[in-house]
Design a protein around this ligand. Structure first.
Ligand code: BF8
Length: 614
């Protein structure tokens, strides 16, 4: 147990880590240990495999080679590697956005009968924004954003005017989403762009195409098809698994799949089948960001965040873990093989060793979802009760704070929030997001950073695996206002909202951008002038690199909890942590200790308040 406590602060995870260890099962924490010491060249960003004269590496201590075979210096290598991470991250988010847009197009053409428009008011607002008259025209216009050769991407026009002008001046106002990602791959090919500042600017451009493009398209179109989230209560953690029911975990990112699984799980035919198998029903629980999507829109419980995916299978109570794309550990195949659990992959883009592939297509979505849930139901009989161990740990949470829901909670206008910011009751806004990473004690960075912020009257908005960590800690409840400073506590109590507002999945960081733009516009300033700061205390994915880049490009100072592989170039590191402030009005900081990270954010917020004369 002592060892488990060193790995995670979450009680359910600690219990399952003990179970896994006793059963001789390997988890991400064990595999991290086996990787140590991790490659120092890789950690510094000083390894290049971009051509077959390499792989090349540069000695950061100046004793070995200082250039690759082509002559690439440390600055070039680090910048190119960083850019390729941004490209991968922006591609992942944006391909998710493309799938949402494609489903919306098929639905608009009458070719995806399982889907419907659930928020027609939002669809109308988007039609007005695009200046089109019909649903099909909107779907086509949104789809076209990906392949556009020339900008602008429509949603980037939501940024404050000053921000747009700055992007234009810097030459980083993105053109088409795909174009910016392709251009990164081109420029980082051997012998193309070898000016690290010029390279980094292209990284920022592609990241803006993600945040204000691909990710925002995902959010907006999913809201149109599945409904814009409103405050709803639910429960989070492994204790949401039900010993008496067929448990189906949906893991990954795209609600295109998970919405259908949820619908199929209440199909009377399948419920009868479950009963016939001796189960008390079908229990669907989310995991990672697809979990956030379902939690936000329907109050479907979430079983956990990124580092809990293996622990969920180790409960022995999961009939099927159904996955689509992103953040799915390939280790799940072997692990599921130790239990009766079926590991079911569904995306034409993602196959896994040990998985059963049941490919999912928009045109026949509900039928496939039914087949998947049926496979889970029929697997209930194979469960070995002796292996079942579900931790009795779950927390209540109030979730669903889309921008629309926040404005409604404020009484229809942002004014009460602006007044609270001006009076100092709310000192500022902290956006805390991102993954888990076994390099940091699971949830420790998330929970402690957020608690410190609210204690200091910083209203927190959260997405992704941070949101799930906060939910498990009870921070997404209105009662958590008691943990906040007096000013924030008063505001939360008056409005009946938690001090930590769950705004969705990682693509929904676009909601935070929209909120930041609205607040900046209301105050007549740029986003970089706001008393606001961002953090990703336990980030690990390339998507998080793209997020960090677009958040900083949007003008938000951002503190990272794990070190990005840039220290091999003091020039690049200096540009990101200092130089960027004079270019885009914001920069990065790195601080693994969460209380210190909160302090950096609060100091930044205070200096912004001073500049605004607040
Ligand atoms: O989509 S699920 S581990 S990458 S935070 Fe991070 Fe979590 Fe993945 Fe973002 Ni969301």
């Amino acid at each position: 147990m002592k060892e488990a406590r060193e790995k995670s602060i979450d009680q359910a995870s600690q219990e399952m880590l003990v179970v896994a260890a006793r059963a001789g099962l390997e988890t991400a924490w064990d595999r991290l240990e086996k990787q140590k010491p991790q490659c120092g060249f890789g950690e510094a960003g000083l390894c290049c495999r971009n051509c077959n004269m390499g792989p090349c590496r540069i000695d950061p201590f100046g004793e070995g080679p200082s250039k690759g075979v082509c002559g690439a210096t440390a600055d070039i290598m680090v910048a190119r590697n960083l850019l390729r991470s941004i490209a991968a991250g922006a591609a992942a988010h944006s391909d998710h956005g493309r799938d949402a847009a494609k489903t919306f197009l098929l639905l608009s053409q009458g070719k995806a009968p399982s889907y419907q428009v659930r928020d027609s008011a939002k669809m109308q607002r988007l039609m007005d924004e695009y200046g089109v008259q019909s649903q099909i025209a909107l779907a086509e216009a949104v789809m076209a954003e990906f392949g556009k050769q020339d900008g602008p991407i429509q949603f980037t026009r939501r940024a404050p005017k000053k921000r747009q002008e700055l992007w234009q001046k810097l030459g980083i106002d993105p053109r088409g989403i795909d174009r910016e990602i392709v251009e990164i791959m081109h420029r980082t090919h051997i012998g193309v762009d070898n000016d690290y500042v010029h390279l980094i600017l292209q990284g920022l451009r592609a990241s803006i195409a993600d945040g204000w493009g691909g990710s925002m398209i995902a959010t907006e179109i999913q809201d149109v098809m599945f409904g814009t989230p409103k405050p709803v209560r639910s429960q989070v953690n492994l204790g949401v698994l039900d010993e008496d029911k067929v448990n189906v975990i949906i893991h990954g990112h795209e609600p295109i799949l998970s919405e259908m699984i949820v619908a199929a799980a209440s199909d009377p035919e399948l419920l009868r089948l479950a009963e016939a198998q001796g189960a008390a029903g079908i229990n669907v629980a989310g995991m990672c960001c697809t979990g956030n999507e379902l939690l936000m829109r329907h109050g479907v419980p979430t079983a956990g965040n990124f580092l809990q995916q293996e622990l969920a299978v180790a409960t022995g109570a999961v009939e099927a873990i159904v996955v689509d794309v992103q953040c799915i550990m390939p280790a799940l195949g072997a692990l599921a093989g130790c239990y009766h659990t079926k590991f079911i992959s569904t995306s034409p883009k993602a196959k896994f060793p040990g998985a059963i592939h049941m490919e999912f297509h928009e045109e026949s979505a509900y039928e496939t979802a039914k087949d998947i849930v049926k496979a889970a139901v029929l697997n209930y009989a194979n469960r070995n009760p002796a292996k079942v161990r579900i931790p009795d740990v779950k927390s209540d949470a109030m979730v669903g704070f889309s921008v629309e829901a926040i404005v409604e909670a404020l009484g229809g206008t942002l004014d009460p929030l602006l007044e609270a910011i001006k009076s100092g009751a709310v000192r500022g806004i902290g956006a805390v997001v991102g993954c888990n990473n076994p390099k940091i004690k699971h949830d420790y960075g998330h929970v402690n950073l957020v608690k410190e912020l609210i204690k200091n009257n910083v209203l927190v908005v959260t997405t992704g695996c941070n949101a799930i960590a906060c939910a498990k800690e009870g921070l997404l409840l209105p009662e958590a206002a008691d943990l906040a400073g007096e000013g924030l506590k008063g505001v939360c109590k008056a409005l009946g909202v938690p001090p930590v507002l769950h705004m969705g999945s990682c693509v929904d960081i676009s909601r935070i951008l929209v909120a930041a733009a609205a607040i900046a516009n209301a105050l007549g300033v740029d986003i970089s002038d706001l008393p606001a700061a961002g953090a990703a205390p336990e980030w690990m994915s390339e998507k998080a690199v793209s997020i960090g880049a677009y958040v900083v490009s949007s003008g938000v100072y951002t503190v990272l909890g794990t070190v990005p592989p840039v220290l091999g170039s003091p020039e690049v590191a200096g540009l990101l942590t200092e130089g960027a402030a004079s270019v885009v009005g914001a920069s990065f900081a790195v601080e693994p200790e969460p209380i210190q990270a909160a302090r950096l954010m609060i100091d930044h917020i205070d200096s912004q308040r001073k500049k605004l004369g607040l």
